[in-house]
Design a protein around this ligand. Structure first.
Ligand code: SAH
Length: 354
């Protein structure tokens, strides 16, 4: 059997083209293509069988040529602060995590771009598990789509941050399409300014993101103000050293955020604040200080709260805009850098003998 085309891996424009051509070759009217499109994201359904605005025979014919695979929720955990963590099981048995963070009237979804991560940042749990594979576009946007279709308490994202598992700019081909799916009014319809791509500083990816006309936001994980120190914390620094990352941030045509995880006695001294301030001012970056969350690499302790506040004050004095990130979902290990999906058995395996 020829492989069915995955409609959820196509941009809305491409899907419309493909569906219109298919309708025409099947003697169907063009408006039927639009009806199918509506059911991909705007009124999402789990399969063609649920597209009840279409005649049954047409649904069956569509199902023979196309697929629209959803992501299967393996577990859902809820924190006392309302944050929820989802573990999705993928078709090949890999697993990824997504975190939903309610914040006032916003609902921030922290999405994964890869199963695992190759970068091995010293303090990060995902880094410790290693790299499995890149996600496809439907697996990235599908995290947002799946939460819209939960039977119980469905979740509608208002903001997206690519701060789950993986390095999004090392999977640009899929992230590029996923950004369109997240943003397009014909798909998930989330404003570009409400979508943030977070990267260790993958230069070609930053350039590619900057070339997109939409105002997607960029956050760069800096974590150390000198190459020496950054190299120790983030091995990728040998490939993309600080000076080049800062240069890329400068030419990026929108305001960039620096992420800086506070590691007790490692990168949190007054001299680091001054060095960081210089870098941030050089490219007019906003600085986000992140309290270290447990569960990452061994050997690090969080900077005490009071010292984070002092560090922020130093930056502010030097003329840098800075915020301290709130820690959310700590009791369910759903905070930054704590995502490390468990390998979940496939359902078929679980059900053997049942
Ligand atoms: N690869 C991308 C996106 C995923 S990580 C990146 O590195 O930016 C999202 C953010 O969480 C990054 O800034 C990362 O450095 C940070 N992070 C990782 N482990 C952490 C931990 N244990 N505590 C706090 N933040 C952490």
């Amino acid at each position: 059997m020829p492989q069915r085309e995955n409609l959820l891996n196509l941009t809305p424009d491409r899907a419309a083209e493909v569906l219109r051509a298919w309708m025409e070759s099947h003697g169907q009217q063009a408006y039927r293509a639009r009806q199918v499109l509506e059911h991909l994201y705007k009124q999402p359904v789990k399969g063609f069988a649920q597209m009840t605005t279409l005649p049954k025979a047409l649904r069956e014919d569509l199902d023979a040529d196309f697929e629209m695979p959803g992501l299967e929720v393996a577990t859902r955990q809820r924190s006392t602060d309302g944050t929820e963590k989802f573990l999705f099981r993928l078709r090949d048995g890999e697993a990824i995590e997504t975190v939903a963070i309610p914040d006032g009237d916003r609902m921030i979804l922290c999405v994964s771009s890869q199963a695992g991560c190759a970068l091995k940042c010293a303090f990060c749990a995902t880094g410790a598990m290693g790299f499995a594979r890149n996600l496809e576009p439907f697996e990235i946007a599908g995290q947002v789509r799946a939460l819209l279709m939960l039977d119980e308490r469905p979740i509608k994202a208002t903001n997206i941050v690519f701060m789950g598992m993986g390095e999004p700019l090392m999977n640009w081909k899929s992230v590029d399409v996923a950004l369109t799916l997240l943003n397009s009014p014909d798909a998930l319809g989330i404003g570009a300014r409400h979508i943030t791509v977070s990267t260790v500083g993958v230069l070609p990816g930053i350039v590619a993101l900057g070339k997109r006309p939409e105002q997607f936001r960029l956050a760069i994980s800096i974590h150390a103000p000198t190459d020496d120190l950054r190299q120790r914390l983030m091995p990728i620094n040998t490939k993309f050293p600080l000076a080049e990352v800062i240069e890329a941030a400068k030419v990026f045509d929108r305001r960039v955020t620096f992420e800086y995880v506070m590691l007790g006695g490692v990168n949190d001294g007054p001299e680091h604040a001054l060095q960081l301030a210089r870098l941030a001012k050089d490219c007019a970056a906003f600085v986000n200080l992140i309290p270290l969350h447990p569960g990452g690499g061994q050997g690090f302790t969080p900077t005490p709260r009071g010292e984070i506040v002092d560090f922020a004050r130093e930056l502010r004095k030097a003329g840098v805009e800075v915020a301290i990130r709130k820690s959310r979902g700590m009791d369910i290990a759903a905070a930054c850098g704590q995502l490390r999906a468990e390998r979940v058995p496939r359902r078929s395996a679980e059900k053997v003998g049942a």
